[in-house]
Design a protein around this ligand. Sequence first.
Ligand code: SF4
Ligand code: SF4
Length: 353
Amino acid sequence: MKIVKLKEANLHSFLEEISKEADLWAPVKAAPDRYKFEFIQDLNKIDTDCTRTILPPRKILLPPSINMFQASEKEYKEDFSHVSKKIIFGIHPCDIHGILIMDDFFSHEFYDPYYMESRKNTLLLGHSCWPDENCLCKSTRTHIIKEGYDLFFSKLKERYIVWIGSSKGDDLIRTKANLFEEDISDKDIKEYAEWCDQREKAFQTEINFDALGDLMELMYNDPLWEELGNACLACGSCSNVCPTCNCYNVADRPALEKKYSDIKRCWDACTLESYSEVAGGENFRKKRADRLKLFYTHKFQAYISKYGKPACVGCGRCVATCPVDINVKTVGKSLDGEKVDAFWKRLSKEVTK
Ligand code: SF4
Ligand code: SF4
């Protein structure tokens, strides 16, 4: 792997150059403590200090609603209007792992041209990050990344170590080769090693993910799920913010005055009641407890048995988002026999009232 160096002061010149050929997306501040990925028209808006964005970068690859087909009485045409050349800058290791999980899922057994066309046209430029109390990626071993990116920017004092992960990444560097230096000094190596060491120590939350697959099976009928189901609001937010959730619904949008009607594809969530409803009104997971079991079986157990890793990359978005504190941290710790979070303290007070 080739490694180069970039002065922090030269970052915007580089991003300006590469954004001439593709739509540039990056994290920007959306509210005092909230960030989102946005199509960048003003480089000064880019904020690389964010810990996590509200929605994961999958929203750029596969937006919440896309048109799959235009259909008339006589024919249908596939619609790939959501696909364009894109560069996503500022993706953290956990989110790159999330995209690798989506790549696996959509490129093999269930080949999905809508995702894959978008993916083939998108370059990933990762950026180093610092954990907060909600980050679980050290437990899922997704806090570091060795593949899946085109470039990865590790921030040091006033400069970046830039890891080149693909030939397309190398091509990007060549568009402004004069900005980059090839000599990595002993001082750079020392500073990088110290940064890695301090970051390892900065993680505040650990969960034993290795045990969760077995515990999920052993505790499938545990009263825990009823307690969680009673508290869950069935809002679907945990699925919407998760970088590895990929369920969707398809709906006809007939246009009586136009030649073609639209066949739309929209994000769906297994935690919503309508998700498991079938023709005739039957619903196989009417209970919220059953839907939560499905979500956590997918995250902790089913994906491991098929792909050898959990379908959770520890991004902490469900921890930061669920309005009633049901998340990978509270559920994972409970399965492991520990009900210590604020959620469980509150729930036990509510139950004993
Ligand atoms: S389950 Fe929660 S922590 Fe894990 S990847 Fe999804 S949103 Fe992130
Ligand atoms: S677990 Fe939380 S975020 Fe998920 S559906 Fe229930 S209330 Fe909403």
